[in-house]
Ligand binder design. Sequence first.
Ligand code: GRF
Length: 190
Amino acid sequence: MIEKPVRVAVLVSGGGTNLQSLLDALHDSTIARIARVISNRPDAGAIARARRAAVPTTVLRDPNDANELLAALQGMQLVVLAGYLKLVPPPVVSQFRGRMINIHPALLPDFGGPGMYGLRVHAAVLASGATESGATVHFVDEAFDRGAIIAQERVPVKQGDSPETLAARVLEAEHRLLPKVVLQLAKELA
Ligand code: GRF
């Protein structure tokens, strides 16, 4: 029996709009709360968002150091990668297997893998002629974007879309999908 609310750690590298959607959705939740935000970049906008929300933060000296990351994750029950661009060291993946998730701005298994992040993903979707894109939440394993898919939300690719306009439409779907999945998993852990 794990006492509520479930303690969630969020790993970030960028501006943190997905983190913000979690902070807003879990603001007064009894099911889950953001207990720590961890980044490989001290200047990540997400770190500033966490500090504004009075959530403890950790900036990793070496994101490849499993012991440093395990120490930062001490006491956490669920780990969310939200715009975290580093590969998670295998000892950390195994410690949190089935309790570590990532959000990706495309319909995996397509348009994922090493180097597939940011506008590159959306440029690849447009170049492929796909009529749909979307957001994917999946479990994290030892490779980028390969773990079992938990949930997806689809959005249309519109005539005249640029990587920027498609990215904005997908990001809105991400902000709806990620809090839903985190709450669902937290209920299962509780
Ligand atoms: C999101 O599109 C996410 O899917 C991807 O990186 C981006 C991060 O955006 N992995 P933000 O930092 O949450 O605004």
